[in-house]
Design a protein around this ligand. Structure first.
Ligand code: PLP
Length: 401
């Protein structure tokens, strides 16, 4: 009998980013010289003091189920973090901990969306947002944010996108994939629109909070506009800031009733996040923060090399991102050009395929994030590889006619 997936999966498949990554890794295994700039995770290892805290926790018997949505110790560390970094007060019953920020988002959307409810997602966007919205029965409403507006949402575009059925807007600053971030005054016009639409809740994905450059001052919606706090879910996690992608701990602060509904979803999905990982996350949040700043500095140096390198290539334009570890460059100037084998580059997908096959550099097309013709580079890799990658991309672009 043919396998028929549930209708709620619709056309959702494995993400294009994962597919490209798998293909590039396969080419590499078969002996090809491939530089993979696709992965969305820091190349650094989890700091030792965090690993040691996990070891201690295991030895002390923290190997059992924990409280459903986070241990009291971790919730206290999260409350202190929100206070310290964001000047936000969240009580323990306004905080939830999940298996990665991805599960936080999943729980929130599953707990709130009814069939046909709309979720506004500015693009380019992290694809999981729209996929999770669809699994939860909602309708993603994509609102393009142009390069000329710094990939930030225009307030008038937002106003037009909101309907009586809008349940959420998902804001992600600094952004994956564009690296664009909102300073407090850049959030202002967007939040002003939201103040006028009380049916819309705000999901603020602050995963890349600590990876910002040039002295950029991070801001989060509930802090910028306290009147929105009672309908805002402020999401964060340890994956990116502390190089802890494999530990799977994400968290959020939000109104008690929402947090409680999210716990219902979590109770029938994972019961609780990993006990050992929660102990490690306590150390990440309460321990020394110097390494976060050092690593950020190192990302900044890499960003500068990639941005300068790409902008020196005719046909490419790379805006300077405020944060995260991605560049989102335009390849509009190369669309219509011919490859040495005569094939015409008709889209950013063609361009990325050309880079992979002819230059051995794996990057992800902007269309995978809902905005073309662009391509995303993740520069969470060594400086030597980045320099080599930029040289190869330059050579491949010059060979186009
Ligand atoms: N939000 C954004 C914007 C991301 O890029 C990611 C990871 O790629 C996540 C959330 C999820 O992170 P995690 O589930 O590892 O906490």
């Amino acid at each position: 009998v043919a396998f028929i997936p549930a209708e709620r999966l619709g056309a959702i498949g494995v993400s294009e980013i994962l597919k490209i990554g798998a293909r590039a890794a396969e080419m590499k295994r078969s002996g090809k010289d491939i530089i993979i700039l696709g992965a969305g995770e820091p190349d650094f290892d989890t700091p030792d003091h965090i690993k040691e805290a996990a070891t201690r926790a295991m030895q002390a018997g923290a190997t059992k189920y924990t409280a459903l949505d986070g241990t009291p110790e971790l919730k206290a560390a999260i409350a202190a973090k929100f206070k310290r970094d964001n000047r936000l007060d969240y009580a323990a019953d306004e905080i939830t901990v999940s298996t990665g920020a991805k599960q936080v988002i999943y729980n929130a959307l599953m707990a709130t969306l009814n069939p046909g409810d709309e979720v506004v997602i500015p693009t380019p966007y992290w694809v999981s947002y729209s996929d999770i919205v669809q699994i939860a029965g909602g309708v993603p409403v994509l609102v393009p944010c142009s390069e000329w507006n710094g990939f930030r949402l225009d307030a008038a575009d937002l106003e037009r996108a909101i309907t009586p059925k809008t349940r959420w807007i998902i804001l992600n600053s600094p952004s994956n994939p564009s690296g664009a971030a909102y300073a407090a005054e850049q959030y202002r016009p967007v939040l002003d629109v939201l103040l006028r639409h009380p049916q819309v809740w705000v999901m603020a994905d602050d995963m890349y909070e600590h990876i910002v450059y040039d002295g950029f001052e991070f801001a989060t919606p509930a802090q910028v506009e306290p009147r929105l706090k009672n309908r805002t879910l402020t999401i964060n996690g340890v994956s990116k800031s502390y190089a802890m992608t494999g530990w799977r701990i994400g968290y959020a602060g939000g109104p008690k009733a929402l947090i409680k509904a999210m716990a219902v979803v979590q109770s029938q999905a994972t019961s609780c996040p990993s006990s050992v990982s929660q102990a490690a996350a306590v150390e990440a949040l309460n321990g020394p923060q110097t390494i976060v700043r050092e690593r950020c500095k190192s990302f900044e140096e890499r960003r500068d090399v990639v941005v300068a390198g790409l902008n020196a290539i005719p046909g490419l334009v790379c805006p300077k991102p405020e944060g995260a570890f991605y560049t989102f460059a335009s390849c509009a100037g190369l669309i219509g050009k011919k490859q040495p084998d005569g094939k015409v580059i008709e889209s950013d997908r063609d361009f990325c395929e050309y880079l992979l096959v002819s230059a051995g550099v794996a990057v992800v097309p902007g269309s995978a994030f809902g905005l073309a013709p662009y391509f995303r580079i993740s520069y969470a890799t060594s400086m030597a590889e980045l320099k080599e990658a930029v040289t190869r991309i330059a050579k491949a672009c010059v060979a186009l006619t």
